[in-house]
Design a protein around this ligand. Structure first.
Ligand SMILES: Cc1cc2nc3c(=O)[nH]c(=O)nc-3n(C[C@H](O)[C@H](O)[C@H](O)COP(=O)(O)O)c2cc1C
Length: 532
């Protein structure tokens, strides 16, 4: 490891350590919050041409189960309308909510604190109905803002190219969460990857993370490094590119546009920021990806899934919500529970085919209320090598027995029998949602080895965790239940419960699933009612 990589590694490790919530003190954050001064949740570019997109999701009848079967959906052509649908089913608003004087929007992709640091971009060439160039997606309007157009139009034609770029505006999360915010931005990015993968699958498209592109290449392609365009506005950190391929099409390299004309100036989201958290800039710089091809994931060997509910995908995706309270009297059927866990195994179909590295996150569950399963702690190692590692890293008195009735291919193990409602609540920042659900879980990442091999993979561990979270959200919803992501948990309290010492494994994200109780005082409006 050369010196600069070693410095990056130390910075990332130090950031991770100092942003742990501890039972005796939370990670550093603002002491007071002025809710009326919340940063604008919508980025827009003044001066950029706006292209309103059609709203088409109501007409899409594809089922959620079809999304998981390769070849079940004939790929739509790469043209403007399916691009609009891709965005409507992934990064668009899904509802406006109102309670008393407060009105707020929700989106298909969830976000820690509903602060939405993730911005989406479309990069396209030879897409029918959409001129070549770079576009920013404005979810508030369901519109594209044209940021750049090639100086010379491409008279040569050629095959269509469509990339989706994602960036993070750290300040949106840091405003509320302080130093831990970088973690939340990364989890939100992972959720957005998942949201985009499901949406692409609904159109019959494949979608892959473009590993050849480094952070600098992405920033330059999306115009995020154009400091003059962001002069007073909050910066956007380049995260990733996803390449869309209509089933048989081969995915392209970075598009070459030649010279581009750039248009637009980013809006200021928070004119009076009260705090600055320099450690976020440091960890962002230390975890930038240099680019270069990555090893592909070995093929998964699990049997195809069965019994996926045949609900309409576009309805399910837009009705996804976080549960705010759960019914403690509800007990879940084991079949549903096993089906949900089965969806977390990395198969070669959607949504896991977007992810081209071996699974590095492994859920440990607090099972509270599942019929036929003793309450207790369980583990779901998502690879055989992780099972071996976890068996030696976790407490020596864990049982590692296979629950009765567990499907043969599902690597679920009972570690310790006994009610763990109180522990789940305490570890998850005393939140009742972790205790009143059917189960809660923490995701243990292969942290030490992954970072030692490539420090920039810190972000990817979070993306994989967010992707797991998105699968949990949609699968729970499909099964008639509801989930909630949990970013607030006491890191080392969880590690200690499991007997983990050192940093070979670290928990990066928590989640809870159960039967939701809804608050009827909150009213709901369609996402774009005022536009149509
Ligand atoms: C990364 C992440 C962390 C979250 N952490 C918590 C949490 O600790 N507690 C909680 O009640 N909700 C949590 N949530 C749920 C968000 O508050 C929720 O997604 C957001 O308010 C938007 O609502 P929606 O999911 O219904 O669209 C989290 C969500 C995400 C994506």
């Amino acid at each position: 490891m050369n010196d600069s990589v070693e410095v990056d590694l130390q910075r990332i490790r130090a950031y991770h350590e100092r942003t742990k919530h501890r039972l005796e003190r939370y990670a550093a954050g603002p002491e007071t919050l002025d809710w009326s001064a919340q940063p604008d949740p919508f980025r827009s570019f003044a001066g950029a041409e706006r292209i309103p997109l059609p709203l088409l999701a109501d007409g899409l009848t594809t089922t959620f189960s079809d999304l998981h079967r390769q070849g079940a959906i004939s790929p739509q052509a790469l043209s403007l309308e399916p691009v609009a649908l891709l965005l409507e089913l992934s990064l668009a608003l899904s509802a406006w909510k109102e309670y008393g004087p407060d009105r707020w929007s929700l989106r298909c992709n969830p976000s820690s604190g509903n602060l939405h640091p993730t911005e989406g971009y479309v990069v396209c060439r030879n897409i029918e109905g959409l001129e070549d160039g770079i576009y920013h997606y404005l979810s508030r309007e369901h519109a594209l803002e044209r940021r750049a157009r090639p100086v010379e139009t491409n008279a040569m034609g050629g095959s269509p190219q469509l990339l989706i770029g994602l960036s993070s505006i750290h300040w949106r999360e840091a405003w509320k969460y302080g130093e831990r915010a970088f973690r939340y931005c990364q989890l939100d990015t992972g959720h957005a990857i998942g949201a985009l993968r499901y949406a692409a699958a609904a159109l019959g498209w494949s979608l892959r993370l473009m590993d050849t592109a480094g952070s600098g290449d992405i920033a330059s392609l999306l115009g995020l490094d154009r400091t003059a365009d962001f002069s007073r506005a909050e910066a956007e950190e380049a995260e990733l590119l996803l390449e869309v391929a209509a089933a048989s099409g081969t995915a392209p390299a970075l598009p070459l546009f030649g010279d581009l004309d750039w248009i637009g100036t980013a809006n200021v989201l928070d004119p009076h920021p009260m705090y600055h958290w320099p450690v976020i800039d440091e960890v962002a710089a230390a975890s930038r990806c240099p680019g270069g091809a990555q090893p592909a994931r070995p093929n998964a060997v699990y049997p195809p899934r069965s019994g996926i509910p045949a609900v309409t995908a576009s309805t399910l995706i837009r009705q996804r919500r976080s549960a705010q309270r759960f019914d403690r009297n509800f007990e879940w059927e084991a079949d549903g529970f096993y089906a949900l866990l089965d969806a977390l195994l990395a198969r070669d179909s959607a949504p896991w085919d977007v992810w081209n590295a071996a699974p590095a996150l492994h859920p440990v569950l607090f099972v509270h209320r599942v019929k036929g399963l003793p309450p207790g702690l369980y583990a779901l190692p998502r690879s055989a090598s992780a099972e071996t590692e976890l068996r030696s890293a976790l407490r020596k008195d864990f049982a590692w027995t296979i629950p009765e009735g567990c499907p043969g291919h599902l690597p679920l193990f009972l570690l310790a029998e006994g009610g763990c409602v109180a522990q789940a609540r305490t570890i998850n920042c005393h939140q009742a949602i972790a205790a009143d659900s059917a189960f809660a879980l923490g995701m243990l990442a292969e942290f030490g080895d992954t970072l030692n091999a490539a420090p920039w993979r810190y972000r990817r561990l979070y993306w994989e965790a967010g992707l797991l979270g998105q699968v949990l959200y949609l699968e729970a919803e499909a099964l008639g239940l509801r989930g909630t992501g949990i970013g607030c948990y006491f890191d080392d309290a969880f590690h200690e419960l499991l007997g983990l010492s050192g940093t070979a494994f670290q928990s990066l994200y928590h989640f809870t699933v159960g039967s939701p109780l809804t608050d009827s005082r909150i009213t709901t409006e369609a996402p774009y009612a005022r536009q149509t």
